[in-house]
Write a protein that binds this ligand. Sequence first.
Ligand SMILES: Nc1ncnc2c1ncn2[C@@H]1O[C@H](COP(=O)(O)OP(=O)(O)OP(=O)(O)O)[C@@H](O)[C@H]1O
Ligand SMILES: [Mg+2]
Length: 237
Amino acid sequence: MDIISLRAVSKSYPSADTRLQVLREVDLDVEEGEFAVVAGPSGSGKSTLLNLMGALDHPDSGAVRIDGVDLAGRSDRALANLRNEKLGFVFQSFHLIPVLTAVENVAWPLFLKGVERRRRVARSRELLTRVGLAEHMHRTPGRLSGGQRQRVAIARALACEPKILLADEPTGNLDRKTALEIMDLFASLNRDGRVTFVFSTHDPTVVSYAGRRLSLAEGKVDDEPLGVTRHEDSAHA
Ligand SMILES: Nc1ncnc2c1ncn2[C@@H]1O[C@H](COP(=O)(O)OP(=O)(O)OP(=O)(O)O)[C@@H](O)[C@H]1O
Ligand SMILES: [Mg+2]
């Protein structure tokens, strides 16, 4: 089943005297359980595409469906509920809450969902441990490195067990060893939990885990299947 579906999706932004056309009538289907990467040069529209898939922005025209739900005409509240129920998002610039500690940041979406305190703290600790941050749980983002913040953002995106994880350059701030560990975590969720992944990336390590590459150029998507070259067994070889 297609869990993400775009039909003739166009998106532009206002620019000096005209509009900048970023996506031009893009058709795209992502099946449940796929692991896709979005590639393309800086400014080609990767974040724009992920924002549309994540119900964070509206297209100028065309239809976006997430898990069978057509997003057109839905209220902001309905879209927020859909995001909270089904989607995890790792932003390019993380968007952590500066006054909350790592463990509180990860627990935040669980709080919004009404999960009781003991359970949200336990889940948050477990995820931070899985991303290698057990020692730094009680620091605020200002006292964490870029790569540590990125891992808090990843843990937060996984907090509510999303069906779809959209991540904008999720390894952009990680060294290779940490990137491999995080990718192994994602691969296990993809394999065992059937979580669908769409990641924007320039990182060949990430691409080596993906089954499909969506390359953006001039507002169009070039769709290319990939032979997966890296699995958990070989990751630390
Ligand atoms: N809110 C906005 N208002 C105006 N222009 C925007 C806005 N967001 C993005 N753009 C422009 O749209 C184009 C696509 O931007 P986008 O952020 O999707 O690119 P990207 O592929 O994610 O780039 P990068 O690799 O640098 O993250 C860029 O030219 C950018 O300047
Ligand atoms: Mg971007």
